[in-house]
Design a protein around this ligand. Structure first.
Ligand SMILES: Cc1ncc(COP(=O)(O)O)c(C=O)c1O
Length: 427
């Protein structure tokens, strides 16, 4: 009898319960099968994303029952299907590293890019695969021609790779960096747009902001900000480290000129990959940073022009497609709605059961993302976060407060466990 691993069984049940009737799209070939991505035979309308459904999703991950992962803002586990695809390719590479054998992974990378482009709603020539958001951000920071007299506007909650990186660049090239602050407890999207609007001058060349802050969890209205920039001929750059894989992303509709993200966060993809989106008509404004074998001046895709970074891990690049398949199987909107549901439930439970807790994150899902950052009065976030892990097996992050970032591998009962752990630590 053929042995089936637990993960294979879990995947089979998962697909059976989703009613796909087909294992083909997530089955793991013995060697890499570089087929282009095809739409999964899934009828999203027939799915009922109730707790039973999410229990099946949870089984797609290796997280043991005694651990609860709620640090998606930092790092996410990848499902079995992704890990098996990547490790399958790596095993193949351990046997044969010839150009002849590896040719298939060049095709695999292209297929991953096509899948990512479809997922984000842009052209395949507008997407490249880097190593992480930090690298994608720095490609933009170092690639634009900015000089004395020019101004750029940053959100003061930007990540260092989209904040300090600009300030260092400005020291060298003499342009001005303006940082804007938004209200701590915003009541409307307009309150979030206003500070950016007011900072614009005729010298402004670019507005760069995190889509969702990794500290406060505030979600900026990216579409409104990109529209604002566009009407004034200003470039818009959205750092999507906290929105890729947690929101129902459509970059064309968002209207940004640049977008970046990491596959190892909410996207639940392979470790150490990032995406870089550059709107087609903005490519002539951006110089490449790193040039290695394969780069050509005539290259006209983002991946070829900006992401020729030397030898890469071909397994993760070609394996990325499996993550897009995973999202497609569940449905991008279902993932996004679940993230909102988990955070809504978490906020409601905290407010009801531990009213002393203060929120760094807006309560409204319109103004916040998948992160809920909280403080227990009189307690140090780092100590509480450590105790949550040591005593309760719950992973959070001490980032300004206790940063909680649940994802689709969490259940509502995981949230209940967290809240009851917080209750015991609050006293
Ligand atoms: C908003 C934002 N940008 C960039 C990054 C950097 O991501 P990475 O470490 O994957 O490059 C992070 C990481 O938390 C982030 O939250």
């Amino acid at each position: 009898m053929k042995f089936k691993s637990t993960s294979q069984n879990a995947r089979r049940n998962f697909l059976k319960n989703l009613g796909t009737g087909s294992l083909a799209a997530l089955s793991i070939p013995a060697i890499w099968n570089p087929e282009p991505v095809v739409a999964m035979p899934v009828h999203h309308s027939s799915m009922l994303p109730d707790e039973k459904f999410w229990t099946q999703i949870k089984k797609q991950f290796a997280i043991p029952p005694n651990l609860i992962m709620m640090n998606a803002a930092n790092l996410c586990p990848a499902p079995f299907s992704v890990n098996e695809k990547v490790t399958g390719i790596m095993s193949g590479l351990s046997k044969d590293v010839s150009f002849q054998y590896r040719k298939q992974f060049t095709e695999g990378r292209k297929n991953s890019i096509a899948a990512l482009a479809e997922y984000t709603g842009v052209g395949a020539d507008e997407i490249g695969i880097t190593r992480n958001t930090s690298e994608s951000n720095n490609i933009i920071v170092n690639g634009l021609d900015l000089k004395t007299g020019d101004e750029i506007i940053l959100w003061d909650q930007n990540h260092p790779s989209n904040g300090i990186a600009w300030e260092e660049r400005a020291k060298r090239y003499g342009f001005k960096v303006k940082k804007v602050t938004v209200p701590e407890n915003p009541k409307s999207q307009e309150e979030l747009v206003k500070p950016f609007r007011e900072a614009i001058t005729p010298q402004t060349k670019l507005i760069a902001f995190s889509h969702i802050s990794n500290t406060s969890g505030i979600a900026l209205p990216a579409k409104l900000l990109c529209e604002l920039a566009g009407t004034k001929n200003i470039l818009s750059f959205v750092d999507g480290a906290q929105s890729l894989g947690s929101t129902d992303l459509d970059l064309k509709s968002m209207g940004c000129d640049f977008y970046t993200g990491s596959t190892h966060k909410w996207f639940m993809g392979p470790l150490e990959n990032g995406i870089l989106y550059i709107k087609k008509d903005k490519m002539p404004q951006l110089w490449p940073n790193i040039i290695s074998v394969g780069w050509k001046d005539s290259s006209n895709t983002v991946d070829e022009k900006y992401c020729a970074l030397g030898q890469r891990n071909e397994a993760t690049l070609a394996g990325l497609i499996e993550t897009v398949n995973f999202h497609k199987t569940i449905g991008k909107a279902n993932v996004a709605n679940r993230v909102v549901q988990l955070n809504d439930y978490l906020k409601e439970q905290i407010r009801t059961k531990i009213p002393a807790i203060t929120f760094l994150t807006p309560i409204s899902p319109e103004l916040s993302g998948g992160i809920t950052n909280i403080n227990l009065p009189g307690k140090k976030p780092a100590e509480i976060s450590q105790k949550l892990y040591d005593l309760h097996g719950i992973a959070t992050a001490p980032t300004g407060g206790i940063r909680i970032a649940p994802h689709i591998y969490n259940s509502l009962s995981d949230i209940d466990k967290l809240v009851s752990a917080l209750q015991t630590l609050a006293v």
